[in-house]
Design a protein around this ligand. Sequence first.
Ligand code: FAD
Ligand code: MLT
Ligand code: ZN
Length: 449
Amino acid sequence: MGTEAFVAAVGASIGAERVFAGDGRYATDWTGRYSVPSCTVVRPLGTDEVAAVVRLAIEHTVALVPQGGNTGLVGGGVPHRDEVVVSLEAMRRIGSVDTAARQVTAEAGVTIERLHEVAGIAGLRYPVDFGARGSATVGGSIATNAGGVNVLRYGMTRHQLVGIEAVLGTGEVVSHLGGLVKDNTGYDLGALLCGSEGTLGIVTKARLRLVPTPSHRATFLIGATDLDAAIRCTTALTSALDCVDAAELMIQSGVDLVTRISGLTNPLPDHDAYLLVECSADTDPTEAVGRIVSGIEGIAVVAASSAQQRRDLWRLREEHTPSINSLGAPIKFDVTVPVRAVPDFVRALHSNPTVVGESRSLVVFGHAADGNLHVNVVGAHERDSEEIGDAVMTLVAGFGGSVSAEHGIGVAKKRWLSLSRSPTEIAAMKSVKRALDPFGIMNPNVLFD
Ligand code: FAD
Ligand code: MLT
Ligand code: ZN
């Protein structure tokens, strides 16, 4: 029946101040590539209010886009037509840390950074970490099954999820937050909602795993004469040590762009490829790392000697995304290939005339140990995005990779879902969507056409 009646009904139900006209902060995605002029935003304060909003959306046939920090990179968290944004940003309560069970319950709007702070005060760590931590939320990171820099040691967000509370597309609330480590009682709805990108329901709370904080942490910038040496170094470290938290790959063009824009100094200039490696253990891992990499040709190493130098090395890596975006919204790909195939895959990208043709340039970086590369095509027109994507994703499929490593499908990658999932799998996913979102109101433009 339409948005106006819906807005009036929501105002009557949870308060007129909870529903308003949203500007770019809600209607444009982080890269600026996806945008509508304005949208209606509902900002509930708790699960019951979210459930009331979903039930009214069903009644008034209004589509909803759940939104957390709006840092998603596949256009999944913003409206594309007349969908209403359900912003979870006001739902920021976080429970006390259960240090014995190493768990905490947080509402969907809690930022990843806040989660790190609360876990740190209790002497623990929330293992998922990535550059958008200041805005990205618990709900959004569950919906996208966010990865980040510590996946090789601690897994994706799905591995941290011990319990969930959510409002399904039916308007019903599921709540399972007891935190029992062994609880094999039927389908794992949390695991199903994790990675569903707002297409099955709205996550309102989660029970999350925390891990101990080892007493020693060492951070290294490793310069390599070429990608092959960088990947040899990655696999030598990850196969010999179980204390590697992060092994992040950068290429000279990206590091040069970041140093040019940020003014940071590259302590190892003139290397083709770089690794940012971080290890944490109860004994200092520096000697072990030094011994392993000293045996690899074409490698130079700098160990961070202060907290400031550690922060600067991480800035070299984490300022890739904003630096690239400052050149104009890139056509972004977030793909996985087998780790051993990374050098050949990157070389194939650089020699593909569709990917690097005309005035386009390529900036590649990513999570080396996961084989997860972020391929950014700069200077391309939106109208060429499908042709460029076909070229990139055909290469990915040829290397036996995945068309989306950690950002999800959103609207940006729908065209290539069938390269990574079979028709049977996609049909099964659509059956789940019909069961949990029978009225088709949950993020209808995302994941499937
Ligand atoms: P939003 O952008 O608000 O939404 C993302 C998706 O989740 C949308 O489909 C939305 O509908 C859905 N959603 C949001 N909240 C809910 C909810 N409560 N219930 C149901 N659905 C919901 N991602 C990585 O995986 N690894 C990285 O290393 C990484 N680094 C990044 C670095 C930068 C600088 C930036 C800008 C982004 C990065 N991202 C990374 C992408 C992004 O931060 C993640 O996808 C993050 O999980 C999105 O969280 P969010 O709260 O911003 O979600
Ligand atoms: C990262 O690892 O920095 C992110 O996934 C963001 C990006 O891909 O740009
Ligand atoms: Zn990433």
